[in-house]
Design a protein around this ligand. Sequence first.
Ligand SMILES: Nc1ncnc2c1ncn2[C@@H]1O[C@H](COP(=O)(O)OP(=O)(O)OP(=O)(O)O)[C@@H](O)[C@H]1O
Length: 303
Amino acid sequence: MTDDSSQSTSSRSSPHASASPAGPVPEAKPKPSPKEEPHSESTTEREPESGLGSGPESTQTPILEATGLDHDYGAVSVLEDVSVSLQPETVTALVGPNGSGKTTLIRALAGLHEPTDGTVAYHGPDTARQIGYLPQQPSFRPGFTVIETLQFYASLVGAPNPEPTAQAHLDRVGLADAASRPVDALSGGMTRLLGIAQATIGDPPVVILDEPGSGLDPGMSMHVFDVAAELAADGMAVLLSSHDLELVERVADEVLLLDDGQIIQRGSTVDLQRRLNADSLWDVYRNATGGDTDTVTVQGEST
Ligand SMILES: Nc1ncnc2c1ncn2[C@@H]1O[C@H](COP(=O)(O)OP(=O)(O)OP(=O)(O)O)[C@@H](O)[C@H]1O
């Protein structure tokens, strides 16, 4: 699926404005839980990383590869030497406490802001839309209906039949009944579902979802995670951030645990549990982050 044509973030087109033909939409299938890591062993971090620090020793070329990312907001350092490799056919989950830097990292990976230091390289096929992106708070231009909005995105990516493409993507996220509703009349959860549908229009090889389950009811959250797993089964590299560790455990091939701007653990749920002698991903999370559930660490503030 990948080729050797590497492109830096600076040469990438915007995930909202790029275009490629949209293909058929599969039905979502549940995955077993928890997932075994398919092609790597977990690694412990917060110590000097070897090589690119990408953790898993994969033999495959990653489709998206971030190396040594730092990000500062003014005098505040939010990411420090973060390296991430995304593989096709893989769900990678980014978890971490509030304010740990997940959205900052995701936006750098999606090419939406330049990191202060480090590189992001796309090694995938030269499709018009390389990365689909769901922002944490999706919003759409008022005045259009749901289906018109998706048709607009489908035509932007050059889909030969925008209407069936839009309809198929709506069906996939379970929003078909709201097709004719104005986007400004959607609930928060419905807006997020529309955002997920939008993120996958054009079948980009990389799909990045910032908290796709946030604000959804439990059944729809599970459905959305299963959709993410199905996208990966179809060959996409999926990165999602989430605070729902049970759902992460259910679908993620690889878990990245970000704390205070650094990746402190990475690996499959099974490997992480084994290494940290933990019974669940929640135990892994609690052990690795120090178990402080009372306070949000605010980077740049003295603690
Ligand atoms: N535009 C900005 N200017 C200054 N500081 C920012 C900006 N965006 C984020 N930050 C700070 O960077 C840190 C990381 O924020 P970020 O949104 O990346 O965290 P997060 O892990 O996604 O959090 P959450 O889980 O709560 O969504 C926080 O301390 C936040 O206050």
